[in-house]
Design a protein around this ligand. Sequence first.
Ligand code: NAP
Length: 315
Amino acid sequence: MSARRPLTVLITGSDGQLGQALRLRAAEARVAGLHWLPAPRRELDITDAAAVARWLDANPVGAVINTAAYTAVDRAETEPELAARVNAQGPRVLADACRARGIRLLQISTDYVFDGRKGAAYAETDVPNPLGVYGRTKLAGERAALSAPGAMVLRTGWVFSQFGHNFLKTMLRLGAERERLSVVADQIGGPTHAPAIAGALLRMLAPLAAGGTTPGGIYHYGGAPAVTWCEFAAAIFAAAGAQGLLARAPVLEPITAAAYGAAALRPADARLDCTKLAGLIGPLENDWRAGLAAALAALGRGSEAAPPDQTLASS
Ligand SMILES: NC(=O)c1ccc[n+]([C@@H]2O[C@H](COP(=O)([O-])OP(=O)(O)OC[C@H]3O[C@@H](n4cnc5c(N)ncnc54)[C@H](OP(=O)(O)O)[C@@H]3O)[C@@H](O)[C@H]2O)c1
């Protein structure tokens, strides 16, 4: 019996937070029959149709995970064209290229497509109603991606890790600088560990590598238990203190989102119901407290970037 060839998976935006988390799990992906082909922005701009075509024609790509995005939620309010170009037009380019070649597209999206007024965790069947430019452009990107046959959209939220820019790293920096810190306490969501999202993506694609199927459509993957930003900050300071990464925790002052006054409105309750995904891939590794401990341990080791040899490791 001959061994099945690995499924080559193009990872766009591979120097971003989730891209690096995927690269971290390259060895596990190989065991699952998946060969990551990372494409950082400097090598592949997803809005450039000719460049996308070149990559897909030069490599035996079976699936694309699009992690590339314009993620500056507040800045998007003053740069709507740029946000739309990356978040909506980019997935359109990828969807057209994937449709033409029979390639599966897995688009990453966000809880910010919802308005947060449901009062319960959002299911995939709930109607989106984004409050800001970022959410609107990401929703347009979802719709563009889903025009490719079998495309999947994975919505997530409040992503953190040792990689890139995120709330965890901002809190560690500000916590070391300041004695008091005001943090929003009237928005609730699920902090999500980027390497755990990578694990879920790996499990979504593994059946394809084994010659099976994974149904297309929208899936939700958010961290649990749900907390406010202020509660998350408190947990970060407690865990960082316990791991010796912070000499002294600042005094936390809970404030409202209105008082904080960010440029973009955000959903007050962004919880995601992940039942559908658990039905597809089995029990979810989505307890953010385990992810927080792992991220802090990585930061303690000084591991703030995925090693380059894992990027290019061949299977
Ligand atoms: N971070 C969160 O809290 C969060 C929450 C919900 C959903 N998401 C979604 O999760 C996905 C991954 O987010 P992330 O946290 O990994 O974001 P990130 O760290 O900002 O990474 C995004 C990557 O995309 C790259 N990029 C931007 N424009 C591009 C283009 N035209 N072509 C190719 N690459 C481009 C960026 O490059 P540059 O750095 O050079 O611009 C960056 O490397 C995104 O779809 C995001 O919308 C994130």
